[in-house]
Each structure stands twice: as structure tokens, then as C-alpha cells.
Design a protein around this ligand. Sequence first.
Ligand code: 1PR
Length: 497
Amino acid sequence: MDVLVKTGMDEALRTYIKNDRPFLGICLGLQLLFEYSEENGPDLSLVEVSVTQHYIPHLNGLGLIPGVVGRFNSSNGFRVPHIGWNALQIAKDSEILEDVGDQHVYFVHSYRAMPLDNNTEWISSTCNYGDDFIASIRRGNVHGVQFHPEKSGDVGLSILRRFLQPNSRGTKKPTQGKASKLAKRVIACLDVRTNDKGDLVVTKGDQYDVREHTKEKEVRNLGKPVELAGQYYKDGADEVSFLNITGFRDFPLGDLPMLQVLRHASENVFVPLTVGGGIRDFTDANGRYYSSLEVASEYFRSGADKISIGSDAVYAAEEYLKTKVKTGKSSLEQISRVYGNQAVVVSIDPRRVYLKSPGDVEFKTIRVTKPGPNGEEYAWYQCTVNGGREGRPIGAYELAKAVEELGAGEILLNCIDCDGQGKGFDIDLIKLISDAVSIPVIASSGAGAVEHFSEVFTKSNASAALAAGIFHRKEVPIQSVKGHLLKEGIERVTAPP
Ligand code: 1PR
């Protein structure tokens, strides 16, 4: 809205829409049609200077549709942001939604507008997430959708096609989507780094060791990042993550191949892309300073929908727990302030440390399901930085709660002990963290069979499960995971007809 007002586009848009010219607003593009939004209070001290110069404290919308865009209420047990695939309840004929039916579409947002008596005439569909909120509007040639058609796979592409080519719209009545819950997501993860020959490859470690156990100790090469991402999209992955695993030492903006990977992948992959690795403030060899916000912005511009912060989030959480002050200066706070917390994932790399007694450390301790090698019944999960190379004085539990307060929108929960072992997710850890926070948690590390996915979804509150090795080695296809979840009655993304 700030940019629209500054450039005079707000008035032009109002006139354009009132004249019933073709319009499709996506996510914020729908939200700005309402009267005003509660998002982004006037806390100017936390905003980048370039943004504050033109900052409007009370964010008015275009005021074309009655209603206020407010925050989801997380107190009723629903995790905020609302991230993932959900179904629509069609309220009226919208033409562009004709092919949706029972299929899920992808949402990622913390704010939404609600149906009111005086805006019902606009509403073409709603979605239920705790409450029924407005998922799309339509009046004449004016459309708006809260979800992301450009990230909703084939069904999303059909929505865009129907908008762009009105002649392709039929007279078919849209079929009603059946009531659905937010689907549990299945995510394919690509750990990416340069191998010893200088090629960017997808690699995969055992407990984070990505080198072959041969004399040469080469970096394991499991394929090319863009090709594999495209393959996983076709196979039905609900999201794809790229982790630039040597980003902690190689500056990502110097590592242009990673940006190119994102650009090329986003040309063919129409589900959300997350990228992580190396997001921090950096001064290059020529003394030029880059803020973490610049690094993240470059990733977003290259096609990422979410960025993931590892090491830098650990330092920020340690500082926050020590001082109890939110400085607004950490990469996590800056990026979530500018891009919204739904765009910021924190990747945690914990290692299990067994204990004889729960009082042995100052960190949150749990009673483990399986005792340790010396019969220990307790453990804590120590966070690490730099790809597991350095243990830090903070537990995964303390970190998760701190980063939620600092503005993380989601947690990617790895476990070094389980990584690449194929023996299942660390349910003790995932239960601990997913019960501790109200943002979505992605379970990661250890998937070896379809049953491991249903296990993690039934025994913990994880919102998504991520795997790498079994997909790269073609041991378990993504579709078998989804077929299994369907059989077990776990809500998962519906396949196209
Ligand atoms: O610290 O902000 O630069 O971020 C670095 C990122 O790179 C972090 O997200 C960190 O988890 C990741 N990373 C660093 N080193 C490694 C490594 O493997 N040597 N990969 C690494 C982490 C874990 C998962 C893996 C799952 C599933 N890999 O990404 O994909 O464990 O594997 P599985 O299904 O085969 O068990 P920063």
C-alpha cells in the first residue's frame, strides 16, 4: 500500500477495479482490497531505514471491500502462520475456480479477512482454519485469492490459465470441495554444495558427514539440483527445500550457482521453494558489507518463497535469552519484519546428549523412549552451528521458543543422530518441540519407510515431514508416502484428477 500510495497507483487501481477491468489479486493482492489491515503496527524502530522513509503507520487498504484484515487466533490450537495445503468451500460461481473441486491449494499467511454480512456478495470461496475465512472473492472481472495459485501445482496453473484466457472457461459448475483439514505436508530436501571438482551437486550425509567412506573421501553426488527439484515436483512433493550446506563458510551471494539453481527451479516447480544456508550479515574480501536482509532479498528475488536460517538464529536466540531484549537487529527479526514471519524458517540441527539424571544440565531434559548406550534414561538436545561442527550452550527446546518470539514462522527440526539412518524420525524430539511452540514444525532426519511418515504425524504435532536420502536413492517414491498417508486416514494433499 505504501508503494501504491507513493506512486499514485492506489487511485489508478481503485478506478481500474471499479471499471470492472480484469484483475487478479494474490495473497496481499486480495488483502489490500479491504478497508484496512492489522498487519505491521507502527513500530518504526524495527523497520529498515529505506522502508521507514515512506512508512504509513496505520495501514489502510484500497477500501473496495468492507472488512478488516486481522490476525489468525492461535489460542484455539491452530498454528499460525497458516502454512500449507487446504481445501476450499465454494460459495459462488467464480469461473476461475472451476477445476478446483476437492483439490487442495497452497496458503501461507498469518492474516485473513472474515466473511461479514456486508461483504458476502464478493465472496466466491471460504476456507476453514479454526474459523471460516475468505479464500477468494469475485465480482465481474475482479478476482482475488488468499492462497497462491502460482504455488498450487497443476490446479493453481489451471486457475491462472482460466483468468488469463477467459475463453477457456466453460459453463461447468464448480464442484464443491469437501470439508477438509490442513493437509500434512511431504517435503523433499536437497542438501546442495560444490563438490571437489567445483560442480554444484545434491549430496546427502550420514549424521551430516557427506563424504564417501573411501580413500578419496569425495563429496557424495546424488544428482543435479534443478533436475531433482523438477522430478520431485512431478512426483507430488508438497514443497521443495534447498539447503546450501556450506553457506556458513561460502558467502551465498558470491555463490551465484545457488541463485541460478533457484531461478531455474522456479521456472518449472510450482510448489513452494525454501532455501537456506549462509543467511547472515557479511563483509566480503573487498570490505563491502551485506546485511542478512540483502542476502535473503536476493534469495527471494531468485524464486524462494521462504528462507531458512540455521547458525545465525542460534546466535540470535542465545543473545535474546541472555539479555531478554529484542534488538530487532538479528537476521531473523529483520527478515521477518520486512517479509512477514511466514517467510522465515529456522532450521535447528540438534544432537542428542544422554544424561543419567534430568538435573544434570540447565536445559530442558526429557525421559527418552529408548535408553542411551549406558542405560541413560534422560537426554537433552544440544543445538549446533556450522553444519553440526560446533555444539552451543543452548537446547533445541530453548531455541525453538526463543526463535518463535523473535519472529520465526516455522521450524525445520533436524536431528544429527538420525540424519541418513533410515530408522525413523526422532519422535521424542519432535513431540517436545511441536508441543512447545505454536508455529508449524517440519519433522526432519531419519525417514526410511512410508510408515515413518504416518508415525510422526500420529505421535507428534508435526505439520510436515521432510526426507532426503530415500527420495534421492529412489528407495521410496513420494507418491507411495502419500498413498500410505491416505490409507492411514491422515489428511494429505489431494492429487489432481
Ligand atoms: O547455518 O544458516 O548456514 O544453514 C546451513 C543449513 O545447512 C542448515 O539448515 C543445516 O541444517 C544444513 N546443513 C549443514 N550441514 C549439513 C550437512 O549435512 N553436512 N544439512 C546440513 C542438514 C539435514 C537435512 C536432511 C535431513 C533428512 N541436512 O537437510 O536433509 O536430515 O535426511 P534423511 O531423510 O536422509 O535422513 P546456516
